[in-house]
Design a protein around this ligand. Sequence first.
Ligand SMILES: Nc1nc2c(ncn2[C@@H]2O[C@H](COP(=O)(O)OP(=O)(O)O)[C@@H](O)[C@H]2O)c(=O)[nH]1
Ligand SMILES: [Mg+2]
Length: 440
Amino acid sequence: MLDKLKEGLQGAINKILRASSIDEQVVKEFVKDLQRTLLQADVNVRQVLDLSNRVEQRALKEQPPPGLPRKDYIIKILYDELAKTLGSERPVDLPASKINVILMMGIQGSGKTTTVGKLTRLMQRRGYKVGVVCADTFRPGALTQLRMVCSQIGVEVYGEEETKDAVQLASKGVEYFKQKGSNLIIVDSAGRHKEEKGLLDEMKQISSVIKPDLTLLIIDGTIGQQCYNQAAAFHQTVPVGGIIITKLDGSAKGGGALAAAAATGASIIFIGTGERIDDLEAFSPTRFVGRLLGLGDIKALLEKAKELEQEADEKKVQRIMSGKMTIDDLYYQMEQVKKMGSLRKIFELIPGLSTGVPESELDGMEERMKKWKVIIQSMTKKEREDPEVLNASRVKRIARGSGTSDSDVKDMLKRYRQAKTVMKATKGRELRQLMRRLSV
Ligand SMILES: Nc1nc2c(ncn2[C@@H]2O[C@H](COP(=O)(O)OP(=O)(O)O)[C@@H](O)[C@H]2O)c(=O)[nH]1
Ligand SMILES: [Mg+2]
């Protein structure tokens, strides 16, 4: 599966591993290799640029945790960014205690009907009582096809050969299975109309009538580039809750998977890997990327990186606990927490930082926080390690260098001291919790 993409990525990685030292040029070349490979795999240009820019920026700017070679760290960055593009892992989470409705959406030939069978089988095994509705009134023989698929697994299909109103059919079918006591109703839909707009309108109407708990977009993994626009068009019509990429068993280039996920922001939940009813796999972005990059090596590398990062964190916590927090440590925490969300959160999460700050002032603090970053960047290494050396003239210099005022600098120092005191007093307990939360 996805042999070309795999080959390309592994080639780029091998080149990095063989380089005698990592400088800007090696990184740039690596990023070029990466771009070429992704483009060949039919990932769309904008996405390729986004992804490769992020990899380049991080590879050039970030420091690997002590003990981890820069080469390995760059591979980890690539892994992170690829996995991030594919979204987070999302199991299907539909409470069996209520009636759930799933709407299948996608163009003709993408694999909707086949996937209905696969999904039904899988959900049956998980204990759901499944009913299937045929709302494809466009394709001749659609009902017969769906019945054939579902007869293999003894599942009833609601459909009417004569009715041409798909919206009405969907609604009647859902009602039918509700009365019958099903707790999962899967609605198969048409994938083609005389014009695209007709199809999208129909989807919108079906969705507003049956009010699905989950709308799944089925995408053919072999179509590459077009995935992006297709997924975006559906998503604008009916928000996509999850994606299933089919036909990843054949000569799929794989770019489609990345494209569809990016166009909708939805996660890929399953992938289809064959025509048989059991050929459906739960999708895990990390496992997928692991496979692409060559799992054996990457797994060991990731574990090592995590260990070293934790070790480095632990050392920081130790230092901070013993009352020796430097400004760099504070900065590091600010950066770490920022990855989690808003600046406001930083205040709530870094122990001591918001102590004594009234709720009403918290929002204004966000602005202040931005200033602190520039202030910290204007300090020398020595000053960051030992802020007690800061006298009036140094404060003036920093204020001037960062385009802030003396009182801004003093305010930052005051907060730093406060945070330091609180962390020492709580023996870093809260901080440790914070680090733990960050490392998952
Ligand atoms: N190899 C392979 N073929 C698939 C897969 N999923 C669907 N197909 C085939 O794709 C074709 C179209 O599937 P169908 O379910 O009718 O698509 P629909 O028009 O969206 O309902 C059929 O020939 C299926 O057998 C898959 O995961 N792998
Ligand atoms: Mg179909």
